[in-house]
Design a protein around this ligand. Structure first.
Ligand code: FE2
Length: 211
């Protein structure tokens, strides 16, 4: 990541296993040395109340937003108390929609923790975003959305949905081989997704391994 010299680090959730303050502090300090802003959103293992103390830029009171002209990067909180799968209330979706409509950015990237489409891995598709069609309906109405990105699934995933890039990021801790019925450790180890967001709305992306 340091060699990549990112303009923004997007943390797509499950930043901590135990949601301890010390674990968030450790990640925040390490990422702070990159010199790039960090937009963080919570996953099912996180405690948003603790996490937000260490990652001020995030969906702590409505969507977390970061402008990278001509792009708007949005981070949403798809977690629910005590839930492994993802959930958005109607209020969440309306605030998401209002944030998009209130932006003048030409292109929008939407990030959340839970996959809004199946990733073909039954062990984690059991815990996808619930009622994804409610979320997808808002995406379909907003023609500036170019990319939807998530974590949670522990392997890289990419697909195209109506011209929008749908991207699952691998884990920076432990990954599974894709399309397995059970979690099957990928011995290639930790990795993360890089993205280049073009001025024309194009998204170039790939996966980088730990070196
Ligand atoms: Fe997760």
């Amino acid at each position: 990541m340091r060699a990549w010299d990112p303009d923004l680090v997007l943390l797509t959730g499950d930043v901590s296993e135990d949601a301890s303050a010390s674990s968030y502090a450790r990640v925040a300090v390490r990422l702070g040395t990159l010199g790039a802003p960090v937009l963080a959103l919570p996953g099912n293992h996180d405690d948003p109340e603790v996490m937000k103390q260490h990652f001020p830029l995030g969906p702590w009171d409505g969507p977390g937003v970061f402008e990278l002209d001509p792009w708007l990067i949005m981070g949403l909180d798809s977690t629910g108390p005590g839930k492994i799968s993802g959930v958005f209330s109607q209020h969440d979706l309306e605030r998401f929609d209002a944030s998009m409509r209130g932006s003048n950015s030409e292109h929008i990237l939407v990030a959340l923790h839970h996959q809004p489409v199946p990733v073909n891995s039954p062990w984690i598709d059991r815990y996808a975003l619930e009622e994804p069609e409610r979320f997808l309906a808002y995406l379909d109405r907003e023609k500036r959305v170019r990319c939807v990105a998530w974590g949670h699934v522990h392997h890289a995933f990419s697909s195209d949905r109506n011209g929008v890039s749908f991207l699952g990021a691998p884990s920076s801790v432990a990954n599974s081989l894709p399309e397995k019925r059970k979690f099957t450790l990928d011995l290639a180890g930790p990795s993360c997704r890089w993205m280049e967001l073009g001025d024309d709305g194009a998204v170039k992306t790939g996966v980088m391994q730990r070196v």
